[in-house]
Design a protein around this ligand. Sequence first.
Ligand code: HEM
Length: 246
Amino acid sequence: MNAFESYLHTFLFSAYPYICMVVFLMGSLARYDRDQYTWKSDSSQLLRTGVLRWGSNMFHVGILFLFFGHFAGLLTPHWVYEPFITPANKQLVAITAGGIAGFICFIGLSLLIYRRIFDPRIRLTSHRTDLAILIILWVQLTLGLITLPYSLSHADGSVMLVLSDWAQRVFTFRVGDAAGLIPLAWPYKVHLVLGMTIFLLFPFSRLVHVWSGFATVFYLFRPRQVVRSRRLNLPAGHNQPRQPGV
Ligand code: HEM
């Protein structure tokens, strides 16, 4: 590795994660504060359901599984799972579960891209970033799938340990020069950089709806709604229509 490559490596894996994290958090906050009417998933279901039904559902099932899988897989400290599962088996679970979810997501995402390009109604009403974000996610997913055979060739789980060690160091502000990542194959590195870039672009796209998607959990705990019928002049909780003569 020459001096430039070494500098680039340190920048991409030691400084860039924090640039992306700050833009992701502060950008989301600024967008929510300044531009709330654009804070939405921008559903196109009213324009055409068709392919969307399969595409969107398969994409979301896959991506949510992958999101939580990456989160738990990368950030759970080694000593927490060590008594229950070996790194080799953990990696095997990750490859199998991630491979299945990735495949479902891949089909869904490909359908969404097809629809956005070839359905004239959807194409005409799309913003440039709508297609761009789908393509970026598709490339990221494809890179993730390309890493699977590489991971299978390190069946001892060593690569997974290097990657989770780096991710945990980033989150605990101990990343250093990220030298551990240097020997990794290129698809891992490009997958990491593009993954961080998605967080960077997040506040400037329709991806902001993911915050709201996760916030829907609070729906389960919201206070119940009190509905009073003015027409029948009944007290709260008695809004069944009166039987004649009662
Ligand atoms: C947290 C739970 C989530 C909920 C409730 C949710 C909900 C939605 C809804 C309602 C739509 C509009 C679909 C339509 O056109 O009718 C949508 C679209 C979309 N979502 Fe999500 N979403 C979630 C998570 C995610 C995640 C994690 C990602 C990716 C990182 C994502 C990426 C997208 C994209 C790219 C579209 C546009 C699809 C298209 O081209 O029409 N979503 N989402």
